[in-house]
Design a protein around this ligand. Sequence first.
Ligand code: 13P
Length: 260
Amino acid sequence: MATFDPRPRKPIVAGNWKMFKTEAEAEVLIGQLLQRLDPLIEGIEIVLCPPFTDLPLVGKLIDGSKWHLGAQNIHWERQGAFTGEISPSMLVGLGCRYVIVGHSERRAYFGESDETVNRKVKAALAAGLRPILCVGETLAEREQGRTEAVVERQLSGGLDGIDQLSGVDLVAAYEPVWAIGTGVPCGAGEAERVSGFIREVLGRLLGDGTAEEIRIQYGGSVKPGNIAQFTSRPGIDGALVGGASLEADSFATLIREALG
Ligand code: 13P
C-alpha cells in the first residue's frame, strides 16, 4: 500500500566553501566532520563544495560516505584554450556529482550573464553533473519591487533550450544577494513565498511534474539557529550554506537541525 509522503523531495544541504580552506585546512575540517556527522546519513543529501584545489583530497576523504562532492564553477566547453578554466569532464573525473552555477558572486565579480550560466547548466547536465542554479535579487531590485522579474529572468535565461530534464538532476537555490554573508537572512515566510514563485516558473519552463521534483534551496546567512525555520517549510527543500559550512561544529549542528 502506498503511504503518503509529506516530503516528496529529499532535502539537500550544500556547503559552499567559497575561496576558503587550503588543502591542509580542508583535511582538518573533513576529519572533524566525519567524527560529528554520520557518513552514511539517510534522509538528507549532503554536498560539499570546496575550492577546485581541494576537490581531489576531499573526494578521497569522503569516499565510502554518502556525502557528495560538488564544484563551485564549471566551464561549458569540453576542452580547449581557456586559460584558468575547468571542464565538466575534469570535475566528473574527480568524483563531483554537483556543481554550483550562477552564484551571485560570480555574476557580480566575474561577469557571468544568464547566457553563460545557461551554457554552464547545459554543459553540466550533458556531463552528468547536477547543477545547483543560483538565483536571487539585489537589495535595490527588491526595493524596486523587481524580485519576481529578476528571478524569472534568471531562471528562463539559465534554463533556455532545456526541455528534457529529470527534476532530480537540477537544484535551484534562492539566494537573495542582500542576505549573503550579512548575518541578515530572508524571513522564512518570504523565502518560501519566493520559492513557490520559483517552482511556478519552473513549471512553466519544464512542466509541472518536473518542477515538483526539483529541490529548491534557500541560501543567505543560514546558521544552525535558523536553518530549521527554512527547512521545516514544505516549499523549501534544503539550504546552500556559506560561512556556517566552514566550521565542523556549526555544519554538523546545522545538518542535525535540518533533519528535525
Ligand atoms: P552565507 O551563508 O555565508 O551567507 O553565504 C551564502 C552563500 O552565498 C552560499 O552560496
